[in-house]
Write a protein that binds this ligand. Structure first.
Ligand code: NDP
Length: 255
């Protein structure tokens, strides 16, 4: 007998920021588990490349231009996905940015931008998918937090605040929408090689090595490292798991 607990066959996954980095790593895992994909991000060229690649591997995939900090844009993203597939079974709130500066020098416009994309964007997207998930009596929301959901970080005041907020947003969605058959959970990625962290590797070698020295698995993570936990949280295997935050960090939070 085959194990269908982790099967995503026929399910639709909407992934914000799915055109690169961690979002793409998760999308690849979902594709291998049989899901249909909606890849939503700002850069349409980058998105189209990913869409072409997935469609070439027989994974039904659409690309959607979205700015998750903009309500109308988010509502269009959800409407377009529903139009294409008829349902949204899984939402991954992965889109995120970082703007580095010390708290005492942090610009209010930068603060607003980071909070609007990383935290408000996840709220708007979750709110927009809710009516259809409620109607079908099932849904999975996966939010992407960070090590800064737990730890402070001197040059990441807005980023860390947004990622702390993501954990509380997740818990609130979980307790509010459990009665509708919706589970909401957070993945807390450790330090992962992506465009977001490339600058640390290139320009702050000491910081990069210091982080490495704190990772028991003795390597920075890759986007594919996130896909197993994402598949678990997207599948029936996690139907009694809601409101939790799961570190995928090579042991960083245990050290
Ligand atoms: P990337 O920079 O590679 O990816 C960020 C993604 O977000 C891109 O696809 C980008 O696409 C999209 N995006 C950014 N702003 C918006 C917006 N306003 N609307 C829609 N999409 C947007 O970084 P990562 O893959 O590293 O980051 C993905 C998530 O993982 C983020 O939430 C990040 O905070 C989190 N994370 C990353 C860690 C790491 O070590 N790399 C560690 C912990 C958490 P486009 O530019 O086309 O819009």
């Amino acid at each position: 007998m085959s194990n269908t607990l982790f099967d995503l066959k026929g399910k639709t996954a909407l992934i914000t920021g799915g055109n690169g980095g961690i979002g793409l790593g998760i999308a690849e895992g979902f594709a291998e588990s049989g899901a249909n994909l909606a890849i939503a991000a700002r850069n349409t060229e980058k998105t189209q490349e990913v869409v072409t690649k997935f469609n070439g591997k027989n994974t039904p995939t659409i690309g959607i231009e979205v700015d998750v900090s903009d309500l109308a844009s988010v509502e269009n993203m959800v409407a377009d996905t529903l139009k294409a597939y008829g349902s949204i079974d899984i939402l991954v709130n992965n889109a995120g940015i970082g703007i580095r500066n010390l708290p005492q020098e942090y610009d209010i416009e930068d603060w607003n931008k980071v909070i609007d994309i990383n935290l408000t964007g996840a709220f708007l997207s979750s709110k927009a998918v809710y009516p259809s998930m409620k109607k079908q009596g099932a849904g999975k929301i996966i939010n992407i937090g960070s090590m800064t959901s737990i730890f402070g970080l001197d040059w990441a005041v807005a980023y860390a605040s947004s990622k702390g907020g993501i954990v509380q947003l997740t818990k609130t969605l979980a307790v509010s929408w459990a009665k509708d058959g919706i589970q909401a959970n957070t993945i807390l990625p450790g330090w992962i090689h992506t465009d977001l962290t490339q600058g640390i590797k290139d320009n702050y070698k000491n910081r990069y090595d210091h982080i490495l020295s704190r990772i028991p698995e003795n390597r920075w993570g890759e986007p594919a490292d996130l896909s197993g936990t994402a598949i678990f949280l997207a599948s029936d295997a996690s139907n009694y798991v809601t409101g939790v935050s799961i570190p995928v960090d090579g042991g960083y939070t245990s050290f």
